[in-house]
Ligand binder design. Structure first.
Ligand SMILES: Cc1ncc(COP(=O)(O)O)c(C=O)c1O
Length: 407
């Protein structure tokens, strides 16, 4: 019988998805798999209505402007969304404040604006516990600062940033605040109005419980993102230029309706569970994991002395062992899936001092993990730690007793 994979790679993508998501997608594709918003027949209108309903539902879920749900635009994922927002808001000579916690989907578009378009950027370090100090944002503001971009929840060390406080500083100084919610949307409450978030970038395939290939931006009313792409919109075809009204302003071609359907069904599941309950479950497991790992000789944990304002993402290393090798042993010997390396967030590892050592081993606990999964993970790391200690002892012993060359 095939051994069951114990999945701890939920920060990469949440898997599996709720059964209702699979069923809804399958049914929608079979019964409504036509192009929405392009044609006037009933089925196309019905498909288009799911698109509209999902915009409204997500806008409400994110605490956006209720009367402007058309400003919820769909794209492929959060990287795609950030590649609309960053070039669309950061111009020549503009200064951007961002952080060492960012994923490459922020770092690279920002660096391209700096290298290729004469923008300036400041990367703020996180404190010893893994948090950005709001005051550091305030101190970094310059005359030409236009945009602040912060990763709401770290995909490496799991810390949740004080978005509301940073948002208040942005509001005070008239700066546009962009938040990358890849790790938090669907598991941590987000209220764009209360948190002063101007542009929220989200991805569908993580805690929102949707499929891969869907994500987008929720943009508040006062924010006009410059268009960097153009194409078909299905309406006003005679116009020789891309439409400037939302949502078409930032949408191009046929939308990913299967992805939209998955987000709709994901919302049904989240409503039924309550995101606070899902979060509580994941954090209960994360705490057990941290307690178990901490008791193992040679384990080093990063930024999880306490799990307040934390996601269920835990980074560790094993003394004397390459993280990549630990990941392979977890997979091959114990059927446990983790993610090792730099996690597309090199600045986090640079600041932690783990960049040179090939990063770390990341356990990301998800809604469908169990206490038995945690017990198996702790036992596996304990087994690898013991093996690694014995091997080092053997190597040291062998080297020490190796015959020396005769003079
Ligand atoms: C914080 C963060 N930002 C951006 C991304 C990129 O997400 P996607 O691949 O859905 O674009 C990830 C993915 O892990 C992430 O964790």
């Amino acid at each position: 019988m095939e051994e069951r994979l114990i999945y701890f790679d939920n920060a990469a993508t949440v898997w599996p998805k709720p059964e209702g998501v699979y069923k809804f997608m399958d049914n929608f594709f079979r019964t409504h798999g036509v192009n929405p918003g392009r044609s006037g027949y009933d089925l196309a209108v019905e498909a288009g209505s799911l698109l509209d309903k999902t915009r409204k539902r997500l806008t409400k879920f994110f605490g956006g402007d209720e009367d402007a749900h058309e400003r919820l635009v769909f794209g492929y994922n959060v990287s795609d969304a950030l590649n609309l927002a960053i070039p669309g808001l950061v111009g020549q000579g503009d200064h951007v404040i961002t952080t060492n916690l960012e994923h490459n989907s922020v770092i690279r578009p920002v660096n391209h604006r700096v290298r290729d378009f004469g923008a300036e950027a400041t990367y703020l370090p996180f404190n010893a516990e893994g948090f950005i100090e709001p005051d550091a944002v305030r101190k970094a503001i310059r005359k030409n600062t236009r945009v602040v971009i912060v990763n709401h929840g770290s995909n490496v060390i799991g810390t949740i940033q004080p978005i509301q406080e940073i948002g208040a500083i942005c509001r005070e100084h008239g700066l546009t605040f962009i938040v990358d919610s890849a790790q938090t949307a669907g598991i941590v409450p987000i209220n764009m109005k209360e948190m002063n978030i101007d542009v929220l970038a989200f991805t569908g395939h993580k805690a929102l419980m949707g499929s891969m290939g869907i994500g987008g931006l929720s943009v508040r009313k006062h924010v006009g993102i410059r268009q960097v792409r153009s194409g078909g919109t299905g309406v006003r075809s005679v116009d020789p230029y891309h439409l400037t009204d939302y949502p078409w302003r930032l949408e191009y071609g046929t939308p990913n309706m299967m992805g939209v359907a998955s987000l709709w069904a994901g919302q049904d599941w989240l409503d039924a569970q309550g995101i606070a309950n899902v979060y509580r479950h994941e954090m209960m497991l994360a705490q057990k994991l941290v307690d178990g790992l901490r008791a193992i000789d040679g384990v080093k944990l990063y930024c999880c002395d306490h799990l307040d304002n934390h996601l269920s993402t835990i980074l560790m290393n094993l003394e004397g062992s390459d993280p990549g090798n630990v990941g392979v042993m977890l997979d091959v010997d114990y059927s446990i899936a983790t993610r090792t390396g730099l996690h597309c967030a090199p600045l986090v590892h640079r600041q932690l001092g783990t960049e040179e050592g090939d990063g770390g081993v990341r356990f990301s606990v998800g809604a469908f993990n169990t206490e038995a999964d945690i017990a198996a993970a702790i036992a596996a790391v304990a087994g690898i730690a013991q093996w690694s200690r014995q091997r080092r002892f053997r190597d040291a012993h062998t080297n020490a007793s190796a015959p020396t060359a005769s003079r």
